[in-house]
Every structure is written in C-alpha cells, then in structure tokens.
Design a protein around this ligand. Structure first.
Ligand SMILES: Cc1ncc(COP(=O)(O)O)c(C=O)c1O
Length: 434
C-alpha cells in the first residue's frame, strides 16, 4: 500500500469524482512496464487492453521517456499559433507515411489532443469542403464523446443528450454475424451497401457531405467488415460525391498489421481521424486529409493545448519504434496466433459465438445459444472479472446495447509467454463459465 494515501482518503477521492467508471475494474493503478501494470496493493496484471487500446508500444517505452525528458527541459507548452520543431517534424513525417498517392495522398495534417476533438475536426473539414450537409454514419459506430462526435456515434444506451444530437443518417454496416437483413455473406451481395446507396439516393433534403466510419468497429463490438464492403463504400461515396472519413483512432499505428487499417483494405479515404496509438501514452490526435479539401483558418479548430510538444516528440519517437522494432510484423504474427488459438477454443466451448478481428484488435462474441445468438451479457462481465482475479485484464464491450464481446487488444510488445498466459486464463475462465 502506498503510504501517502489512506483507504479513507482514496475513498473520499473516488466519491469526489464526477464520473467514476470502475464497475468491473475498481483498480488504483500505480505504474506499468511494457504489457504489465501494477495496482496500489502491488498486484501485477497483464494488460490485454493496452489501457484504452492506446498503449500500442506498451507502458513507458524507454525511448519515449527519453525524448520526452529532453523536451521537458525545453518547453512543455507552445501556443498553437506558433510553429515548433517537434510539430513540424511530426507533420512532415505523418504527411510522408500517410496513405494515398498523388492528389489523393492524405498529406495535410492537423493536431489536437483527443480523438473526439479530431472527429469534430474531420466533421468541420467535411462541412467546410462541401459547403454544409448532413453526415452518414454506421450502426454501432463510435467516434467520441464530445457533443459533435456523439452525434455521429451510435446512440449510447443511456444517452441523456438527445437535444444536441445532430441530424445524422444511420445506415447498417456489414456486421455479418448479426446481419441487419438476416442474410449470409457473400450470398447477400452486400445488401447493406445497397441500402446505403438507396438511403443517399432517397434523401429528401439534399446530399450528405460525408460518410463517417471506423474501418474496424471497436467500441461497437470489434466488428470487421469484408473487404468488398470497404470497396463498395468507397464507390458509393465517389458516385454521390460524398467524402469518406475513416475514423482510425483505434486502428492506426500498429493495432492492426498496417500503419493505417485502410491500407489493409486498399481503400484511400478522403480524411483519416487518428489518435490513441500515436503518442505512445501521450495525448495526441488529429486528422490527415487530402490537399483538394478545405484548410482551416484561424478560429476554425484551434485549442489552447492543441500544440503539446511532449506529445509531439513522443509520437515522432513512437513511429520510429514501430518501424525499427518491426511492430507491424509482430502485430500480424501475434494476432494470427491468438486468432488460431481462439478458433480452436470456439470448437470446444458453446459460449463462443464468433471470433473475429485483425492483428491485435480481436473480439470474441459470447452467446447463450449458438442458434438464437442470444447475447451472453452477464457472462461477459463475469468473464472479465474472473480473468482479472487471475491477473489478466481483458476488455468487454459495453457500448451499442449488446455488451457481450470480450476484447483482446494488448500492447504489441506483449511477449510470447505473456500471450500464452493470457490464453491459458482465457480458457480457464471459459471452462468455469461453461
Ligand atoms: C474509433 C474511435 N473514435 C474516437 C474515439 C474518441 O477518442 P478520445 O477518447 O481520445 O476522445 C475513440 C475512443 O475510444 C474511438 O475508439
């Protein structure tokens, strides 16, 4: 126990917090290293969530700590309207590695600190480029918790802010395990994509300006779409002159085996939203967009702390780490191994309805009955608690109503032994619940 705070003091602190999550994981976390963290009692946990799917290169990578320490000596805050070397270096690097070629290259970069604010930046960019219009967004999508980003997210089950929700048109994605049309891929010929097309065609009040989607839905339940769905969506946007916005806040920078998930699907969106994994544990987010779109002018999208030198140097170093430590290859290898093991478990345990994912963005949908696919919601919450008792933190979806997806999304620096330990606990808990 850390002596600087008593149990009573900590309780008072918890009660003082306006928002406290901690329903499943009532942990006071003190420190971490690579894929492991410790709580205040000194108990060690293997983190299969990378905290918020954000520590792709693990806790406190020494190279990141080193560059941040150096930057600390220089300046921790620089006004957004000034330039700085960390900002220019990172902008240059991101514009170089951005997807796309020629006029379609996404080489215009914006920075802020949160994915939600970056979503709003992308929305503003679309509105400015297209002269207004509505947004199209997918069922089960998640794009943040500011009012603007909530307006394109799937309504949270306890959404208390409907009066501020924008007029978004919601359309189904190719969630093939629970098809909105009760069809099976590929025989369905992507009726969901046909539906999107028809929804745009029949809009009574003009064309939307953009379609916003995650290439792989995270909070909505780890939903991957077939390649063909991505291709169709790009074609539909081109046909109707809509911008395609890929929210890669979760998927970019080594969560999947490509710097950007859109590269896995050979689709170049018009705007990418990034965040989480870039900063190696420091807050940074923003957009990448192509040159032909609008630019922000003063007053459009500036924030006091939007130009945060510590995050900028951390992000630059993090990109070097991903490259030099070959973390995309590692993500591919470890992800395939885990998916293979989970498929074997699926044959043994009825509780597993579906296993899906890509790289280290894996979801296991638990069902009470494989035929009816009734979501095993309580079992999922129980699953995470039981695993936590055994020192392994898995994620669980609580968004989008179903709440029955266990998530395995560890830092890419997780070792082979740690992966096996996580899978051992996974099966132990499955056995107990089955
Ligand atoms: C796909 C996606 N977009 C946007 C966000 C919002 O990012 P932030 O929590 O940094 O505001 C998240 C966060 O979970 C996300 O998963």
């Amino acid at each position: 126990m850390d002596e600087s705070m008593t149990q009573e003091d900590m309780q008072a602190g918890k009660e003082a917090l306006l928002s406290g999550w901690g329903e499943i994981e009532d942990l006071v976390v003190t420190h971490g290293k690579e894929a492991v963290f410790w709580d205040i009692e000194g108990k060690e946990y293997l983190d299969c969530t990378a905290q918020a799917w954000s520590l792709n290169t693990g806790f406190n990578h020494p190279r990141i700590i080193n560059v941040v320490r150096k930057q600390l000596e220089k300046a921790t805050h620089i006004r957004s309207t000034f330039y700085s070397l960390p900002q220019l270096q990172l902008a240059k690097k991101l514009s170089e590695i951005a997807p796309g070629d020629g006029a379609k290259k996404l080489n215009r970069v914006s920075f802020c600190l949160h994915g939600s604010v970056a979503t709003e930046g992308a929305m503003k960019l679309a509105l400015k480029s297209k002269g207004g219009g509505q947004f199209l967004a997918l069922f089960n999508g998640y794009h943040g918790r500011t009012l603007g980003s909530m307006s394109v997210s799937w309504p949270h089950p306890h959404n208390d802010f409907p009066s501020y929700m924008g007029n978004t048109i919601r359309v189904p994605g190719a969630y093939c395990y629970r098809c909105s049309f009760n069809l099976t891929y590929p025989r369905c010929r992507l009726q969901c994509a046909d539906f999107i097309e028809e929804a745009i065609e029949k809009m009574p009040d003009g064309k939307p300006c953009a379609l916003v989607m995650e290439p792989i839905q995270g909070n909505g339940g780890q939903i991957t779409f077939p390649q063909e769905f991505h291709t169709r969506v790009r074609q539909i946007c081109d046909k109707f002159g809509l911008l395609l916005i890929y929210d890669e806040v979760q998927t970019a920078f080594a969560r999947v085996p490509a710097l950007f998930a859109c590269q896995l699907y050979q689709v170049v969106p018009d705007i990418i939203i990034y965040g989480k994994g870039l900063g190696g544990g420091f807050p940074i987010a923003g957009t990448l967009s192509r040159e032909g779109l609008a630019r922000f002018s003063s007053g459009d999208h500036g924030f006091t702390f939007g130009h945060f030198p510590l995050s900028l140097v951390a992000a630059r170093e993090n990109l070097k780490i991903i490259e030099e430590e070959h973390l995309l290859e590692r993500c591919h290898k470890v992800g395939n191994y885990i998916l293979g093991e989970l498929s074997d478990l699926q044959e043994k345990y009825e509780l597993i309805g579906d296993v899906r994912g890509c790289g280290l963005m894996i979801g296991i949908e638990l069902v009470k009955d494989r035929k009816t696919k009734e979501p095993a919601r309580e079992e999922t919450q129980h699953f995470v608690k039981e695993a936590l008792k055994r020192g392994v933190l898995f994620g669980a979806s609580s968004y989008a109503g179903l709440g029955n997806v266990v998530k395995i999304k560890p830092p890419v620096v997780i070792t082979d032994q740690q992966v096996d330990r996580a899978l051992e606990v996974f099966e132990e808990v499955l056995r107990k619940l089955s």
